[in-house]
Write a protein that binds this ligand. Structure first.
Ligand code: DGY
Length: 322
């Protein structure tokens, strides 16, 4: 029997893909740090029964048209805005993501970003390493408190709820805005549902965790930033395009808000000369929300399990198109 063909768009550890190799012929893009070229992706798609993809690849009509025998795309991320899911559904291609296994790791990073921005940790680390520390002084690199402040979480899914749990440990008041009420977060963590504009006006820390969709693109625009407190700190750990980055830059430069912590950008990798990166009150990270070794390995294993399930005619664990 001819084995099914799987293409993996980045180099992953051999031991993780071993179960896949027992069942299928597997080819991997040979580099860990370089994205697969579009040309190679399209060429591989023509042969593939399954693709294991990264969020850096656009899985659109062109790829699906090339992939005549494509049955499943397993994306190494909980987000799947890089995939045309409705087209895939029309074509009978299963789309799988990696929820749950990354919830706590991503919440840890999101809260770390909030703490780093509030307490100016990156600025302070650069200050000491560049030999600028001349004397202890009362307001040297003084930031703002996190404990007992108000956090406003936009997108109260599993990661939002895990961030709220961490916020509760810091005695914060928790506000949230979401498409639907999260009764568990309300009952267990005292989270209070409010409108988007109320949340913007009342929060000291606004944390964006909503997925990127047609409705949320540029949700954080000029008028949203103008509604925030001048002391507010904006954190984004979802997708860059949920934010109008020009509006964010303007709000920071005009001191309409106090700072930002950003793990995601509209264009990734962001250009090092991007104006946002020139600001001292911006803590910027290279999209590492779920990047612990344990979690990334769990995500890879889940992708392999999902691919195997579809190839064997079973229901994958985490199917996006239901
Ligand atoms: C995701 O899983 O969508 C994250 O953004 C990847 O770190």
């Amino acid at each position: 029997m001819v084995k099914p063909y799987v293409f993996i768009t980045r180099k992953l550890p051999d031991e993780i893909i071993a179960p896949l190799k027992e069942y299928a012929e597997v080819t991997m893009w040979p580099y860990e740090d370089v994205a697969v070229s579009r040309e190679v992706l399209l060429e591989e798609a023509t042969k593939a029964d399954a693709l294991l993809t990264m969020l850096s690849e656009q899985i659109d009509g062109e790829v699906m048209e090339a992939g005549k025998s494509l049955k499943v795309v397993a994306n190494l991320a909980v987000g799947f805005d890089n995939i045309d899911v409705s087209l895939a559904t029309e074509k009978g291609i299963a789309i799988c993501n990696t929820p749950d296994v990354l919830t706590d790791t991503t919440a840890d990073l999101t809260f770390a970003l909030l703490l780093a921005a509030a307490r100016r940790m990156v600025e302070a680390a650069e200050f000491i390493k560049s030999g600028e520390w001349k004397s202890w002084s009362p307001f040297l690199l003084a930031g703002t408190d996190v404990h007992h402040k108000t956090i406003g979480i936009v997108g109260m899914g599993k990661i939002g709820q895990a961030v709220a749990k961490r916020a509760a440990g810091f005695d914060m008041n928790i506000l949230y805005h979401n498409r639907s009420r999260n009764e568990q977060a309300e009952a267990q963590l005292g989270a209070v549902y409010c409108s988007f504009s109320e949340l913007l006006q009342q929060s000291d820390f606004i944390v964006c965790l909503t997925p990127l969709t047609k409705e949320t693109r540029h949700l954080f625009n000029r008028s949203a930033f103008q509604m925030m407190k001048r002391s507010a700190i904006f954190i984004n750990a979802s997708r860059g395009a949920v934010v109008d980055e020009d509006a964010l830059y303007e709000a920071l430069v005009q001191q309409e808000i106090a700072g930002a912590g950003l793990d995601v950008f509209t264009k990734e990798p962001i250009d090092p000369s991007h104006p946002l990166l020139s600001l001292k009150n911006v803590v910027a990270l290279p999209h590492i929300g779920s990047a612990s070794v344990e979690t990334r390995c769990n995500m890879m294993e889940l992708c392999c399990q999902n691919i195997l399930a579809v190839l064997k005619g079973e229901t994958p664990k985490t199917l996006v198109n239901k």
